[in-house]
Design a protein around this ligand. Structure first.
Ligand code: FE
Length: 220
């Protein structure tokens, strides 16, 4: 099976937010799809190991925040590569609450959802959810909605291993065709790739804010 076929599927990049005992929580997801229009329902796939999974399972209310190409990429590092179990991901993040659920301002749109059914896979839960509110932010804030392809090709990010769309070969990136340099530095936290050598002094990962010491040099 050529798993690169899965890359032919289209996805967006979303932050799923909720709250546990009054504390805001959230994580990145890309497996979100609309199921029906009337009533409006969506399905969200989430790994059961995610702390945010427990919030969806217990409160049943969450928001899908649609990230844009101009959204601060650190949101992906913050929400995608750390856990709400031991991290307050919302410090310094602009958001408002709708029915107790945090909605991020640095995004294209939001869907406020209530879980109405769920399906278990071996690792993930698919939450079927009714959309109970929705809104669009001005395009000047976050730009066009970010696709998963844009995240890979332009932001040069990868997926955490518990993402439904994770592919093992992500950690074995080859240099882009035409590139003269075959040396790159890879963030050990989020997989961001810096093309070139050396890594600039004081470099900080634009995705997850990891310091230069977290980068490993790869040749070939
Ligand atoms: Fe990083």
């Amino acid at each position: 099976m050529d798993t690169k076929a899965f890359r032919a599927l289209s996805y967006g990049v979303y932050v799923i937010t909720s709250q546990v005992e009054g504390r805001p929580v959230g994580c990145v997801a890309n497996s979100v799809m609309q199921i029906t229009s009337s009533p409006a329902t969506v399905a969200v796939s989430m790994n059961r190991d995610n702390f945010t999974h427990s919030a969806l399972a217990s409160t049943g209310v969450f928001a899908v925040n649609v990230l844009g190409e101009q959204s601060n990429p650190s949101l992906i590092g913050r929400f995608g590569f750390s856990s709400s179990r031991d991290t307050d991901k919302f410090t310094g993040v602009s958001y408002e609450e709708k029915q107790g659920v945090p909605v991020l301002h640095d995004s294209c749109a939001f869907l406020l959802c209530r879980v109405i059914d769920r399906m278990e896979t071996s690792t993930h839960t698919v939450f079927l959810s009714e959309v109970i509110d929705a809104g669009v932010f001005p395009p000047a804030i976050a730009g066009d909605p970010m696709t998963y392809a844009y995240y890979h090709k332009v932001i040069k990010g990868t997926s955490p291993k518990n993402a439904p769309t994770y592919l093992p070969e992500e950690g074995e990136k080859k240099p882009e065709a035409g590139k003269t340099s075959s040396v790159r530095w890879v963030c050990s936290v989020c997989g961001y790739v810096y093309e070139g050598d050396p890594l600039p002094d004081g470099f900080v990962c634009p995705l997850c804010s990891a310091p230069a010491e977290k980068f490993t040099r790869q040749v070939g």
